[in-house]
Design a protein around this ligand. Structure first.
Ligand code: SAM
Length: 217
């Protein structure tokens, strides 16, 4: 696979994607943080925004929000009049950073963040009767809980809607039978389950740490 050198990444960012200035400001602040690698890359976030536009998304879920980069990238792709991102993260510190940047981008009306365990927050939406009400979900929180998030989002996303799961290659460990770490085992099992799941179509993109795209039938 082609290695994305710094020069090549800079080229892609210059001519291959559009990153609004407030989104770039959020990325730049995040890059100075200890957990900077948690954030989606600019290219991956641009892909999510592109896919949101492609399917005409109006309402989306962002499970594992960190400093808010993926949520903001998708928010830009939603219609200004009624676009809605429901975001979930259990860190109040990350929430503060995310909200500051969403506000600066003029997107705070469009993105609603639940601070607490994501599964509880998503359950609230299900209890509120919002099954089938969402067009897209991005799953990027704790890996052993992905299967639960997948089942929850499958309820919330409409037929024809999209679920994207990040990090499904887990730095390549999933292809090594000797790797039996908790995250590796969970991601390997879920990827196989999804490929055999008659409720969906799925396609694994080997970009960055692996992005599994799932379409609800
Ligand atoms: C990889 S980061 C998300 C990156 C983000 N999607 C982006 O593109 O910038 C994972 C996030 O999930 C959050 N998280 C982990 N376990 C969680 C849980 N059980 N409930 C809610 N958030 C959780 C962490 O606080 C962290 O911010």
């Amino acid at each position: 696979m082609l290695e994305l050198s710094d020069a090549l990444a800079a080229y892609v960012r210059e001519v291959g994607i559009v990153e609004p200035r407030p989104l770039a400001a959020l990325r730049e602040e995040t890059e100075r943080m200890e957990n900077a690698h948690w954030a989606s890359s600019a290219e991956q976030a641009a892909l999510l925004g592109f896919l949101a536009r492609l399917i005409g998304a109006r309402r989306t879920l962002d499970i594992g929000t960190f400093t808010g980069y993926s949520a903001l990238a998708v928010a830009y792709a939603l219609p200004p009049e009624d676009g809605e991102v429901r975001a979930f993260d259990d860190s109040p510190a990350f929430a503060e950073i995310a909200r500051r940047h969403w506000n600066a981008a003029g997107m705070s009306e469009r993105i609603h963040l639940h601070v607490g365990p994501a599964s509880d927050g998503v359950d609230v939406l299900i209890a509120e009767g919002r099954a089938g009400d969402f067009d897209m979900a991005f799953i990027d929180a704790d890996k052993p809980a992905y299967d639960g998030y997948y089942e929850q989002t499958l309820q919330l996303v409409r037929p024809g809607g999209l679920i994207a799961l990040d990090n499904v290659l887990w730095r390549g460990t999933v292809a090594d039978p000797a790797s039996t770490g908790e995250n590796t085992v969970a991601l390997r099992a879920l990827t196989r389950k999804i490929q055999d799941d008659a409720r969906v179509d799925a396609c694994l993109l080997p970009i960055r740490d692996g992005l599994l795209l799932v379409r609800r039938r």
